[in-house]
Every structure is written in C-alpha cells, then in structure tokens.
Design a protein around this ligand. Sequence first.
Ligand SMILES: Nc1nc2c(c(=O)[nH]1)N[C@H]1C(S)=C(S)[C@@H](COP(=O)(O)OP(=O)(O)OC[C@H]3O[C@@H](n4cnc5c(=O)[nH]c(N)nc54)[C@H](O)[C@@H]3O)O[C@H]1N2
Ligand SMILES: Nc1nc2c(c(=O)[nH]1)N[C@H]1C(S)=C(S)[C@@H](COP(=O)(O)OP(=O)(O)OC[C@H]3O[C@@H](n4cnc5c(=O)[nH]c(N)nc54)[C@H](O)[C@@H]3O)O[C@H]1N2
Ligand code: SF4
Ligand SMILES: [Mo]
Length: 746
Amino acid sequence: MDNLPENQSHSQSGGGLPVIQYWAEKTLSPQGLKLWQTLNHKSTCLSCAWGSGGQKGGFVNEAGEYLQRCAKSVEAIAAELQPGIKPDFFQKYNINELQELTSQECDNLGRLSYPLILKSGSSHYQRISWEEVYQIAAQAFSITPERIASYSSGRSSNEAAYLLQLLMRSLGSNNLADCSDLCHAPSTLGLKKVFGAGTSMVSLENLKHSDCVVLIGSNAPANHPRLMNELIKLRQRNGKVIIINPQIEIGLVKFASPAFPIKSLLTGGSDISTLYLQPIPGSDVALFVGLQKSLIEQNLINQEYLKSYTNNWAEILEYANNTTWENITQTCGLSHEEITATASLIGKSSKVVFAWAMGVTQQANGVDNILSIANTALITGNAGKIGAGTMPIRGHSNVQGFGSMGVTVNLREEIKQALSKLLGKPLSETPGYHTRDLITAAENSKVDTLFCLGGNLYAANPDLSQAKRALSQIETIFYVATKPNLGHFHGLGKTQTLILPVFNRFENPHKTTTESGNNFVRLNDEGTSHLQPHNSHLISEIELITEIAHRLHDENPINWRKLQDPVYVRELIAKTIPGYEKIGEIDQTKEEFTITGRIFDEPKFKTPDSKAQMFITPLPQLSIPEKSEFGFEENQPGIVLILGTGRSYGQHNTVVYRSEDKYRNMPHRHCILMNNLDIKKAGFQEHQRVTVKGDGGELENIEIICGAIREGVAFMFYPEANVLFKGKIDPESGTPAYKRVPVFLY
Ligand SMILES: Nc1nc2c(c(=O)[nH]1)N[C@H]1C(S)=C(S)[C@@H](COP(=O)(O)OP(=O)(O)OC[C@H]3O[C@@H](n4cnc5c(=O)[nH]c(N)nc54)[C@H](O)[C@@H]3O)O[C@H]1N2
Ligand SMILES: Nc1nc2c(c(=O)[nH]1)N[C@H]1C(S)=C(S)[C@@H](COP(=O)(O)OP(=O)(O)OC[C@H]3O[C@@H](n4cnc5c(=O)[nH]c(N)nc54)[C@H](O)[C@@H]3O)O[C@H]1N2
Ligand code: SF4
Ligand SMILES: [Mo]
C-alpha cells in the first residue's frame, strides 16, 4: 500500500457515488420504466456469472437475499433496450465507414433486428430473409465436418448451447471453440486434474461460513460487484481478506455497497483487504510455493488431512522445502516477511476460500497457477469442508453452462457416450479446435464455415491483424448477435458474412435456463421484446439452430423441429448431462437447483480413488526483453514494461459502454497506467503521450496515467490493446497470456 499515486483526486473506494449516479441517470431516462420492468423480470442478470436474478425475482441472489443487482446489470439491460437500427442504415454506410466505428459506437447503433449479409466484392451489408439464411446455411454446413467450426460466448441459454454442440457433433465436428478458452479454461483443466471436477467447489451458502478469503487476480469490485457484499460481511464477522494483485484496485481496499447504505454514507465504504500483496505479473506459482514453504516452516500444515485425502503430497512438500527462498522472492518480487505473514494468516484461519479470476488464468503457465493454488488449499486442509475450498470466479453469465452442456473441446467421457447413444452413432474422434487453434487453422485455410453464437471472436483474440487475416480465409461466417460489434465489421469471411439477430435472455418467447459460477441453475421466464410490435424479424437462438439442423438432417436421428420446444431440450439435457437430472422437472416444479457432484462439503472428490491429486508446479522463468528486441538502439529513450490488459469499469469485455474509468482515474480508453517511479525513470511526465510497442504492433498517442501499480508493470484496456501483441499461450489450456505482455514505451 506504500505506492499509492501522489494524485489522489480519483475515487477513494470502489462502488459508491458513481454507481448511485448511474442508477439514477438510467432509471430517470425514457427507458426507465422498461428498465425496471426488466430488472424485475424473472430472469438471470445478463452480465456476470455471479448469477443474480431468476425465479425469486430480479433482485434476489442464490441464497434468497434481496438487493442483489448491480450497476453492471443495469448497463447490460439498458444496452439491450436500445431501439432497433433503422431499416436504411446499412444502405447508407459502406463497410469501410463501418470499420471506422469504435466499440462503443458499434454498440450504440442499436439492436440488430433483421438478418444481414455482406458478399465478397460488395461494399454494403444487405438485408436478406430468414429463408435465404437457411438456404445458405444448408450449403455451408454440407461440407467435410472437420472444416466446420463454431465459436460461442457465454450469454446464450443452456438450451441453445446444448443444441449448438448437438448440431456440431451430429455433423461430425468437434470444433467447438468457446470464449472460456480465453478465460477460465486453465481453471477447468487444473481443477479436473486435482479434484475430478472443473468448477467451484464452494456454494454461495458455503462462502458465508468462511473466515478467510484469498482473492487472486480478480478485480471483483468492477467485474463481480455483488461478490463484494460477501467480503464485506466476512470482514464484519472478523474474517480476513488477502488480496493478491500487482495493481491496487481501489475497490479491493474499500468498497461502498448499496447493500450497506449506512456504512457507505458514514465512512465512505467498508474495508475489504486485510493484506494486499503486489507480486510480479505471472509469478503467482512462486508466491504459492513460497506460501507452502512458509506453512511447513511455521508448522501450519495439516498432515492428517494430506495422508487421508490426497495423493502425491510428500513430493509437493519436498518440492516446496527444496525451493530456495532466494528463488521464490526473486521470482515473485515479494519479501520473505510478506510471504510469512500471509502464510500465517492462512494457516491460522479455520476455513479458507481461495478465489481467483483472470490475473492467474491468463498466463503462459495458467494451469500451473491453478495447481499451485489447489496445493496450498490442500496442505492446509481447506478443500472439502463447509466454508472452504477452491473457487474460480466465472466471467460471462452463462459461460459455465456452456461447458456443462458440452460446448468444449475436452468433452467428458460420460457425456460423449450419452450423446453418441442419442445420436445413434459414435462421435467423431478427431480432436476439435479450441479458440487459438481455430484461429491458426483458419489462417491455414482449414476452415470453410464458422458459426458464432454470440461473442466477438475477432476482438477477443490477441494479435488483431492475425485474427482478421485468419477470419478472411473462412468462406462463410455466421454471427448470431443482439447488437453489432467490432467483429461484425472487421472479422469478414472470404465469400460471405451473415449477421443474424436474435432475442436476448429476457425476450425469448419460451423459458430457458442458465448456470452460475456457483453451480446454481436458474430458470428464466419467457418475455417480450420492445422491438417486436414493429419488427417480427427476431427469432430465438433455439429456433435458429434447430431450423438449420432440420434442413440438414430432417428427423434423423432426432426430430429437430420438435426441439424448438425447450421442454424437450431440457428432457434431453436431463438424460445426457451428469448432475443436471433435475432440469427434466424444472418446468413443473420451477425449482432452481444446485448441480450435483460439484460442491464438496467433505474431502471426498470426483477422482477414481476419491482423493485429491497433487502436482508439482515449477517456478516460472520470467524474463524481460531488452530494448533491442523491440528494434531499438540501447540509447533510445524509453522503458520496457510488463503490460497487463483487462477491463475498465465501463465495459463488458469487447463492448465499451463508457470511455472513462473513474476508479483508476483513467479519463479515456487511450491511457496507460504506470507507476510513478517508472514515469520518472523513463524521463516521462504524467499525461504525456507516448507510443506503446509490442511484438504484434504499436499504438500511438497513449496518455500516461500515474497509478497504484507495481514498479515495472503497466495496465491498458482491452480490446484496443490486442493490436500490440502476439501473446504467449499456455500449452495445456490454449489460453493467452493477456496479463503478461512485454512492451516498450517511447
Ligand atoms: N463489468 C464487467 N464485468 C465483467 C466483465 C466485464 O468486461 N465487465 N467480464 C466478465 C468476464 S468474461 C470475465 S472473465 C470476468 C473478468 O474479471 P477479472 O478477472 O476480475 O477482470 P480483469 O480485468 O481481467 O482483471 C483481473 C485482475 O488481475 C490482475 N492481475 C494482472 N496480472 C496479474 C498477475 O500476474 N497475478 C495476479 N494475482 N493478478 C494479476 C489485474 O490487476 C486485475 O485486477 O469479469 C466478468 N464480468
Ligand atoms: N487483451 C485481452 N483480451 C481478452 C481478455 C483480456 O483480459 N485481455 N479477456 C478474454 C476473456 S476473459 C473473454 S471471456 C473474451 C470475451 O470474448 P467474447 O465472449 O467473444 O466477447 P464479448 O465482448 O463478451 O461478446 C459480446 C457480444 O456478444 C453478443 N451478445 C450479447 N448478448 C447476446 C445474446 O444473448 N445472444 C447472442 N447470440 N449474442 C449476444 C453481442 O453482439 C456482443 O457484441 O475476451 C478475451 N480477450
Ligand atoms: S454481480 Fe454480476 S450477476 Fe450480480 S447483478 Fe452484478 S453483474 Fe449481475
Ligand atoms: Mo471471460
């Protein structure tokens, strides 16, 4: 905490007044009434996977507690309530003009409300009918299955996700790339190796019993705001919050939550962090091995637990013992004292939850990061009891549901068998492309048809020029979306690109379900669209996918048109997806439920012998490139920094809602956050404009902002920063190291 910036004019806590101002502004706007109706609609929040909303009403969380909806949720709904894009808009503006738009301008165009096509050689997107869409799809999907791929983002329903993978697998393609490949794939893979289950083992209810939360690489105040209520309550019952993050996120120090209005008013917010550690980016494994070593030295490990419930524990202890303090402290940049104090807090707490997000998954050793966190939980006996465990904090509101439904390149054996029984044939054995493999395959002309169920494949990837080149090698691209985004205008196919408008979650004419990051399944009621009276061109994602399947397969081996009834889809899900049996009755019972086999209240895991499997996690060898590697002479003024890329408070992934980030004092998108000492060292001044160069490209005219970030480290917003770097990839998960990008500033 010693390096807070000199300029303290920005917010002194997360949440608070800016949030209240935002609510007031939105609810008093012409959309206000519809906004409130939508907030009260019985459906899950569109935004993050914390999962507020559902059958008990829009403001209720999984534990049945009220006032659980944040400004992010309002932002997402307000964007969906925009008017439809005018019928002649795409006649007026050609593709070159559309490519000039920023992310925010794309989103502000309004709702997509009719299908569009851009043919090669043509300058304008043109309207087409759904019948034409289906004819094009029938042709585009009637090719060698390995040349068909899909990509998806986590906003659609479980039912749409299930149908997407069923369609792909029925065709014989396993190319089911998903945004989770860029996100929590290392968590899923790592946790499966250790515990046999790839999701959080902590329910929201269990979190309420914890007495210590270690929050690693997460900016929850901005990205999972209602999680902050749990941390506030934890501090109120004398629990400890340990933050591990190279950057001081102000909301992790103090957070003003509307759920605690008196406290927020009187004191400007509630204290969050008990201890705040700022490691070198990408070094978390070293810190966790250090914590293990210190726990051993302080005699705070749980030998009985290790012997009874884990395998390979002796090797892990030996590895930690044999790793020198010098190696540990030099790699992670934290002192022996800091690590000892942290280990002592963890070791002396009785129920510790280890929670994390992108700071540790988006690294070249993402899976190792997860394994080292799991090892630390295990040697202190903090897995498999109420109030403790490992907890990946998921991103998109239904991203976890997509994985459960089989939208993954790592399909579980049980699901594989169940699906092959359903389809009456063995599934293809050809391994599928995850997102990064999909880009490489496309670049090598190995993909002809791409179906994108939501998302923004173009802008979410590192190396935007490669992404553009790769997509331009694909013959036909379908973008299924609610609003235009950068990808629709930059990620163009070789022969044709189609944009297909669909209902969002609260507009679907039927019920759907979604799954939260805490393994809770929500039922979303049917709704109506404000676009509908004037415009009957929107359809549901379920209708779209089943209609394409019907054109390809007719009734073989399942009646695809019958699957336009989501009740039937849920019947199939209940039969084929383990843990989801209760979904078969949800239409009668309306009972939302926790998926079985995921929350571990006792140390019996889903591995063959029920024990947790521990793995050695080698310390990363982190290096910083020389100026010469960026093509500059040694005497060139400037500085090499390690850049982390991430989200501002006013954006949802590639979609920007507001350009400023009040909490980090960054007034617009073209800023770089730096430590004061680095600014001085490089001979720069705050607010000076510089060029930032990476191994993939450069950005000019970037304003320097002084912030509470570790020396040697900088932060910029994505997706803009994705032009800068090619990105290292974690070999095990395929997830890019978005959080450790070497750049040169001059
Ligand atoms: N409002 C809003 N909510 C969102 C999203 C959004 O864009 N906007 N996106 C959703 C999605 S898909 C996701 S995945 C989540 C993302 O949620 P987060 O993971 O919280 O988001 P990021 O901005 O990627 O920030 C991760 C944090 O990691 C820290 N960090 C960087 N490098 C390291 C490191 O080496 N070690 C450690 N320990 N920490 C590091 C950064 O300083 C930052 O605070 O949020 C979801 N919710
Ligand atoms: N540099 C850098 N790059 C990153 C990251 C980073 O931290 N740094 N984070 C990565 C992460 S964690 C993720 S998850 C990815 C995100 O990657 P994506 O999930 O691919 O991108 P989003 O921006 O979330 O996609 C938003 C689009 O989804 C569409 N959409 C919204 N609602 C619906 C709906 O109901 N149905 C359909 N069909 N479409 C809908 C809208 O058209 C909207 O424009 O980005 C990754 N890229
Ligand atoms: S915390 Fe996440 S799920 Fe809950 S209201 Fe906010 S954005 Fe929605
Ligand atoms: Mo994500």
